[in-house]
Ligand binder design. Structure first.
Ligand code: TYD
Length: 207
């Protein structure tokens, strides 16, 4: 049986990933592919439990290394239980965030050495790497301005802007480091324009 394809989707919060993932799935299914949609952190019952642990606002004392290890643990479970089997069965896997999120949020954002992020994830990935990664590129400032226009100002989000900008610049650096794999999609445009761009890359990938 032919090996499947592994697609990952990345971007800062509010970059419009969710909408584009749904459109991507519809498009691939309309072409007859079997698509498995999953997300990080999460995607298995164990990984969802780890997700609750990481994202619980009460866990204020959690260290950045602990957090990075928990993301990697959730990832190890998802890779072995969902992603690898689906790829081996010839399916297309779309994962909402993957190891690049750890590079940019834990590495560039929180300041953990990128080599350490790579080391703790090597075992978790166990050789599974994305065939293509879509980086939905919109500056957090632009995304926030859009949301403020739509819903009114959000003080807490403004306080977090510095962190989100570090993450955003981290993505830009990763995209420069791995131009073959990471496709930067200008996400300041309309949903339709962005989606057309994504389809072109998918068509090229699927041949
Ligand atoms: P989520 O609510 O799924 O956000 P989004 O809709 O933006 O994907 O929360 C996931 C959060 O976890 C998001 O802020 C990014 C962060 N994250 C990391 O810091 N490291 C990681 O390795 C992953 C997968 C996510």
């Amino acid at each position: 049986m032919q090996e499947g394809i592994f697609i990952t989707v990345e971007g800062t919060d509010g970059a419009g990933k969710t909408t584009q993932i749904a459109l991507m799935k519809d498009y691939l299914e309309s072409k007859g592919y079997e698509v498995v949609l999953t997300r990080e952190p999460g995607g298995t019952s164990i990984s969802e439990k780890i997700r609750s642990l990481i994202l619980d606002p009460e866990n204020t004392e959690m260290g950045i290394l602990t957090e990075a290890l928990l993301y990697a643990a959730a990832r190890a479970q998802l890779v072995s239980q969902v992603i690898r089997p689906a790829i081996e069965q010839g399916r297309i896997v779309i994962c909402d965030r993957f190891v690049d999120s750890s590079y940019v949020y834990q590495g560039y954002g929180r300041g953990i050495d990128l080599k350490i992020v790579a080391d703790i994830n090597r075992a978790a990935l166990n050789g599974v790497t994305p065939d293509i990664t879509f980086f939905f590129d919109i500056s957090p400032e632009t995304a926030l301005a859009r949301r403020i226009n739509a819903t009114g100002a959000d003080r807490i989000e403004k306080e977090k802007m510095d962190f989100h900008m570090k993450v955003y610049h981290g993505y830009k650096k990763l995209a420069l480091l791995y131009p073959e794999r990471i496709k930067t999609i200008d996400s300041r445009r309309s949903i339709e324009e962005i989606s057309l761009d994504v389809r072109e890359w998918l068509d090229e990938l699927l041949g």
